[in-house]
Design a protein. Structure first.
Length: 150
């Protein structure tokens, strides 16, 4: 069983809070999205964020489980929003907001990876960070397909 330093516990607490926020934001974004493809994407990402939360809770308990959420499958998107409508603006806002969140959480993981002593924990955190980067790429791909990213 692994023992965490106080600094590691504090960082882990920040990560747990961030993952809870991410899962909640993606659930709320899925409920507000107009495009069914985007709703599905946000729902998928929310599930992965909950897997990350479970992994972090495992680390907090002294175990280092496998932490990749499995977001290696990248969906392809067809254009849903062709015209500049309020629906498109709504979905674009949701994407921009969540993409900003992914940038933030990825940066937080980057910092934590450098601060943890245990190599297995660093690897697990790195796996989660890769998932977060994949989430950002999927949102970017959706935005590109719908003419939302300039």
């Amino acid at each position: 069983m692994m023992t965490l330093t106080q600094k590691e516990r504090d960082l882990l607490k920040d990560l747990v809070e961030q993952e809870k926020l991410c899962a909640d934001k993606y659930d709320k974004s899925a409920a507000k999205a107009v495009d069914p493809q985007l709703r599905g994407l946000f729902t998928q990402i929310a599930q992965t964020e909950r897997q990350h939360l479970n992994c972090l809770n495992g680390i907090d308990a002294g175990n280092v489980p496998a932490c990749s959420g499995g977001t290696s499958a990248h969906p392809t998107f067809s254009a849903f929003h062709k015209a500049e409508t309020e629906d498109k603006k709504n979905d674009c806002y949701l994407c921009s907001d969540n993409l900003t969140g992914e940038k933030h959480v990825s940066h937080l993981y980057d910092t934590c990876i450098f601060e943890f002593r245990d190599e297995q924990t660093r690897k697990a955190l790195g796996d989660i960070q890769k998932d977060e980067q994949c989430h950002g790429k999927m949102i970017y791909d959706y935005m590109q397909a719908n003419g939302m990213y300039n």
